[in-house]
Design a protein around this ligand. Structure first.
Ligand code: HEM
Length: 452
């Protein structure tokens, strides 16, 4: 640990070359975010980039990310990235800080308990089966939208459980692509450009406003229908009461939480599933092993929650897919003086990190860009980089609330689809990574082929 005497001032942090006047590194972040973020580690463990004229300090090592997210989490709030997402997700769980975050997290956590997830698994399984049954041999499917449909539908049926939520589901499906396309540009645009009518900003604001309006209507309809006896998040939020004041949640707070979860849970899951089928098609040996495991563990019936912990081959595949195509950029802001990486940071300093870049660090992972699910075998993990270096869902008090949900959802979808269909890549197209909340693919067209 660095003693206070050894601490350096913030001005000593190495600056990443290539900043241009007014925009700083924003253009590089807009145009080539993934290579740009991955390039930063060469300049140091803690480096400075400029979003316009605003300095952003990027930490590039697992230890410093752990400092920010866990050890010193109490000295950070969510940063500028999350400020910029407020038109979409308001003060929902991902954006709120301090006491508000703690209270709402406690309130929502029960929706993601083990028992609840076992309950949702039937919806997950029947949705996955419906998707697989909607395909015919020879169909060419773009997996990105197909998996987004599955993810949104599954989330919606667990959040809303009745048809009251239908308009919200349709609105998410309609607006999600626009929100995703413009997310990173919006998050990374310099303050100086805030007021400019940049297309990406306008498109994002319009889509966010439409989505929020639809969710508002769903809430109004549900409130006027009176107390409901449904086991869904909407009913839970509408019935929630503050333990101290006894007050309920405002409609606005309910809407913020619903749009946050719809947003946080849709693209991430869809991209993970779509990449999974792409990566498996390139590794017939892994696909064959996974298929054998599905046959052994599940047999012919529906894939259920109790199968999930035994489908360890799928677990390794998902681990590896999220390592390769994970969350692009996260931010925090210091709320008090912080000592980080040998440097003193005053309150208000913006700190960022990229899980995507962290998980592709060749100094941490052997053949870091290679899809190799066997790296997660227990015997290889023992000699590997350790859990601190692999944080697909973040860590500490802001860790993803949906991690167990998505393990179950993704495992069930993969097992259900894979045993029914072989998905064969369409020749001549190599999917390209596009940075949004996660590194999703531009498109993954695959031909549906019956299993022999
Ligand atoms: C593969 C899928 C997913 C990945 C990779 C992922 C990743 C993450 C990460 C890294 C964070 C932490 C953000 C930070 O530290 O600033 C996070 C937070 C969050 N995620 Fe996920 N997520 C996934 C799926 C889901 C699902 C399915 C849901 C909901 C059903 C969800 C809901 C949330 C929420 C509400 C937060 C904010 C938690 C808080 O701040 O208390 N995520 N996610």
């Amino acid at each position: 640990m660095t003693s206070v005497a050894e601490l350096r001032p913030l001005t000593s942090v190495p600056r990443v070359p290539g900043a241009v006047p007014l925009l700083g590194h924003a253009l590089a972040l807009w145009r080539n975010p993934l290579p740009f973020l991955s390039s930063l580690r060469q300049y140091g463990d803690l480096v400075r980039v400029n979003l316009g004229t605003m300095p952003m300090y990027v930490v590039t090592t697992p230890d410093l990310v752990h400092e920010v997210t866990v050890r010193q989490a109490g000295s950070f709030e969510k940063g500028r990235f999350f400020d910029r997402l407020k038109p979409l997700a308001g003060n929902g769980l991902a954006n709120s800080d301090g006491e508000l975050h703690r209270r709402h997290r406690r309130l929502i956590q029960p929706m993601f308990s083990r028992e609840r997830i076992v309950g949702y698994s039937e919806i997950m399984s029947s949705n996955a089966q419906a998707l697989a049954d909607s395909w015919a041999p020879g169909d060419v499917i773009d997996l990105e939208p197909a998996m987004a449909g599955y993810a949104v539908e599954t989330l919606a049926r667990t959040l809303f459980s009745t048809d009251i939520g239908r308009p919200a589901v349709d609105a998410v499906r309609q607006h999600l692509p626009v929100l995703l396309t413009n997310l990173l540009v919006r998050a990374a645009s310099p303050k100086a450009l805030d007021r400019l009518p940049i297309h990406a900003n306008r498109a994002f604001d319009r889509a966010a406003a439409s989505l929020r309006a639809v969710i508002d209507e769903v809430i109004t309809t549900s409130r006027s229908a009176g107390p409901a006896d449904h086991d869904d998040l909407l009913s839970l939020l509408l019935a929630a009461q503050d333990p101290e004041s006894g007050a309920g949640l405002s409609d606005e707070a309910v809407r913020d939480e619903l749009s946050t979860i719809l947003f946080a849970g849709a693209e991430t899951t869809a991209a993970t599933l779509a990449w999974t089928f792409h990566e498996l098609a390139a590794r017939p040996d892994v696909e064959a092993a996974v298929l054998a495991e599905i046959g052994e563990v599940v047999g012919d019936g529906p894939v259920a929650a109790h199968h999930v912990p035994r489908l360890q081959g799928i677990r390794r595949v998902i681990d590896e897919v999220i390592r390769l195509h994970g969350v692009t950029l996260l931010m925090r802001r210091t709320t008090e003086t912080v000592h980080l990486g040998g440097v003193t940071m005053p309150p208000g300093t913006e700190v960022a990190f990229s899980l995507y870049a962290l998980h592709r660090d060749p100094g941490v992972y052997e053949h870091a860009d290679r899809f190799d699910p066997d790296r997660w075998l227990p015997e290889r993990q023992a000699a590997g980089p350790g859990r601190r270096a692999y944080v697909p869902f973040g860590a500490g008090n802001r860790k993803c609330i949906g991690d167990q949900f998505v393990w179950t959802e993704a495992t069930i979808a993969i097992a259900t689809i894979l045993r029914q269909w072989q998905l064969v890549p369409v020749a001549g197209h190599t999917p390209q990574e596009v940075a949004s909340a996660v590194a999703h693919a531009d498109s993954i067209p695959m031909t549906v082929t019956a299993r022999g």
